[in-house]
Design a protein. Structure first.
Length: 477
């Protein structure tokens, strides 16, 4: 009898070892980890990050097995996974792969389980690679936000970023040393306790919920639940991915289900490294290419905000939705997703990072006045360019100032793997982003040690010693 999809994923998880991982898989896993910890440190004192930490403490310390990034108080594994997922996603500056924000739930679960298990660096890399590969493959199997039909954008009615629960549960199971049978049970449980895909509601309602497209902490928590329930003896539904009528694709709400995308050449071909994008800005990825354009115009021409008469942007075809066209900026969440506000912020020339989201700045009269001068319309070549290369995010900016029109266009945003070499975020650029995000949160010495430790993580015998570097020294008492 042919193995079910879940049984194939379980075998892959159990059998994959560090020695089998290609260089690019190891390298990208370390890059994702470094970038995510930096994003978490930057998000410590914003509402979303603080709420995640507060809720983790409410859950209790349990065995005090794991750390919250940037926080000295140790908590239980589920609590740490919850808090760190929220912290990584707070700035909306975290890494993106298909279907979207995979890393917060996958990494936070692995970090907590690995710390408690005293895992080595190589074991952490194994789990990160497996978790992101599974997460990416699930994203290919279901609906895509950028689907098109008859030459027009055709986004699905139901969509979300909950499928990373499988990669997160598999990563935990790998670190716990589960057998393929226990892993299969955990993945079957994960399918049945996955949060709903509520992202389209978030997109169409403004002001939108501040938990964003999904509460990443809850997703990580459910992944931990699934893996440990299997370890404690629960049986999962191992047929749930093979049954399109009554199984996972039905109750998760995807109109598309292409399971071959999950299992085809699984263990032979690694897909996630070539489709991993890094975000230079604490702002929705949909508009990052536009932010590149505006930043280049104002920098090269030394244009001041009060010199700008108007800015017209040409955006992705599906982006004219309430969450993105919102001009009511009540908090950080609104600023992260309003395309008009983001363009106004970029035109002020601040270095991307925490400063972009400071309450006084996002509410400043200069930013709010300029926001009202920004208008948008769909990019005329959006569908054609997207069809030519799925990484395309076509952007065009017409900035009017000093009696002139300044024009800038870009097809691929900075941080994207693409045919354009300058779009890729190099190791040096990624490390500099990390340093900037971690600055004034942990010491310069700790920043240097973290960079060195993570970029050479395969040499570490103890992951728990590495993660402790992300706690400010004045709190380690």
């Amino acid at each position: 009898m042919k193995n079910t999809i879940i049984e194939q994923l379980a075998h892959y998880t159990e059998s994959t070892t560090y020695r089998q991982l290609p260089f690019e898989v190891v390298h990208e896993s370390k890059r994702i980890l470094l970038d995510s910890i930096g994003c978490a440190l930057a998000g410590l004192h914003f509402q979303k990050g603080q709420a995640g930490r507060d809720f983790a403490r409410l859950m209790g310390s349990g065995g005090m097995d794991a750390s919250i990034i940037g926080d000295a108080r140790r908590v239980s594994i589920p609590a740490a996974a919850f808090a760190n997922a929220e912290l990584i996603n707070t700035m909306d500056m975290d890494v993106v792969t298909v279907p979207g924000h995979v890393a917060p739930a996958v990494l936070s679960s692995i970090m907590a389980a690995g710390e408690a298990a005293l895992s080595s660096g190589q074991q952490i890399i194994e789990a990160i690679a497996i978790g992101h590969e599974i997460g990416h493959r699930f994203g290919r199997a279901v609906d895509n936000l950028r689907d098109t039909k008859n030459g027009e954008p055709d986004p699905p009615k139901i969509f979300g970023y909950t499928s990373p629960i499988f990669g997160a549960a598999a990563g935990i199971a790998k670190l716990r040393g589960h057998s393929s049978q226990v892993i299969a049970n955990g993945l079957g449980i994960a399918a049945c306790i996955s949060p709903v895909n509520s992202m389209m509601s978030w997109i169409h309602h403004a002001p939108a919920t501040t938990i964003k497209y999904t509460l990443k902490g809850a997703l990580a928590f459910q992944a931990v639940t699934a893996a440990y329930m299997a370890e404690f003896g629960h049986r999962g539904d191992v047929q749930v991915l093979d049954d399109a009528e009554y199984g996972y694709p039905r109750f998760i709400g995807s109109s598309k289900w292409e399971p071959d995308a999950i299992v085809n050449k699984l263990g032979e071909q690694w897909l996630f490294p070539a489709h991993t994008s890094y975000k230079p800005y604490p702002h929705c990825r949909v508009f990052n290419a536009l932010l590149d354009c505006v930043s280049k115009i104002v920098s090269e021409n030394e244009i001041k905000p009060d010199e700008i008469d108007s800015i017209k942007i040409f955006v992705e075809g599906f982006a004219q939705k309430p969450v993105w066209i919102n001009r009511r900026i009540d908090d950080v969440h609104d600023a992260q997703f309003s395309m008009y506000h983001g363009i106004a912020v970029a035109a002020h020339g601040l270095r991307p990072g925490r400063a972009w989201l400071e309450p006084d700045f996002i509410q400043s009269p200069s930013v709010l006045r300029l926001m009202e001068k920004v208008s948008s319309e769909p990019h005329p070549d959006y569908v054609a360019l997207l069809s030519g290369n799925a990484a395309s995010r076509p952007a065009r900016v017409e900035l009017h100032a000093r009696g002139e029109t300044f024009l800038q266009e870009r097809r691929f945003p900075k941080g994207s793997p693409s045919p354009e070499p300058d779009s890729i975020m190099t190791d040096a650029e990624l490390i500099e982003k990390f340093r900037h995000n971690a600055q004034d949160v942990i010491s310069n010495d700790a920043i240097g040690q973290l960079v060195e430790s993570i970029m050479h993580l395969e040499q570490s015998d103890r992951w728990d010693r590495v993660v402790q570097l992300a706690v400010p020294t004045d709190l380690q008492k």
